[in-house]
Design a protein around this ligand. Structure first.
Ligand code: ATP
Length: 133
């Protein structure tokens, strides 16, 4: 299968640079798959499971929490707000974050701003847990 060059990074640094057959992630308008030959494209990313399929067929799974993806002249760049490879996710930490966020939502009395922040924390925890499953 054809491959294309891709780099994946966060504001903390580069996490992957090489050739891939496919990158799949969640954009703000839905799930997205990029393959070699994709037209020039730019999108904001949402929160969700992502995976990268390498030249040799290896599939690397990750949690992607927001960012931007561009495909320009055959090269893909993914700059995520947070990107965690499956093996780097601490499931116990994510479970604790999920419990804390769920408890705050159940308790109620949150301002709109607090509600949105807690919802986002819960979403991040759920994405991490689902990548770990
Ligand atoms: P927590 O309440 O556990 O900090 P959070 O969703 O508020 O969770 P973030 O603000 O999204 O955490 O992330 C802060 C940093 O911690 C980022 O570098 C992120 O990659 C890392 N991180 C957060 N949760 C986990 C986890 N469960 N496993 C590995 N890294 C994590």
């Amino acid at each position: 299968m054809r491959t294309f060059p891709i780099s994946i990074g966060t504001p903390d640094g580069l996490l992957f640079q090489g050739d891939a057959e496919r990158i799949v992630c969640r954009s703000i308008t839905g799930d997205l798959a990029i393959l070699a030959g994709h037209c020039n494209f730019c999108t904001a990313l949402g929160m969700g499971e992502a995976h990268l399929v390498l030249e040799d067929g290896t599939r690397r799974e990750a949690a992607c929490i927001g960012g931007m993806l561009t495909m320009m002249d055959g090269s893909c760049r993914l700059l995520a707000t947070t990107w965690e490879w499956k093996e780097d996710i601490d499931a116990e930490r994510a479970s604790r974050a999920k419990e804390r966020a769920s408890a705050k939502l159940a308790q109620g009395g949150l301002t709109d701003q607090e509600y949105k922040l807690v919802q986002a924390k819960l979403q991040r925890a759920l994405v991490r847990l689902s990548v770990k499953e």
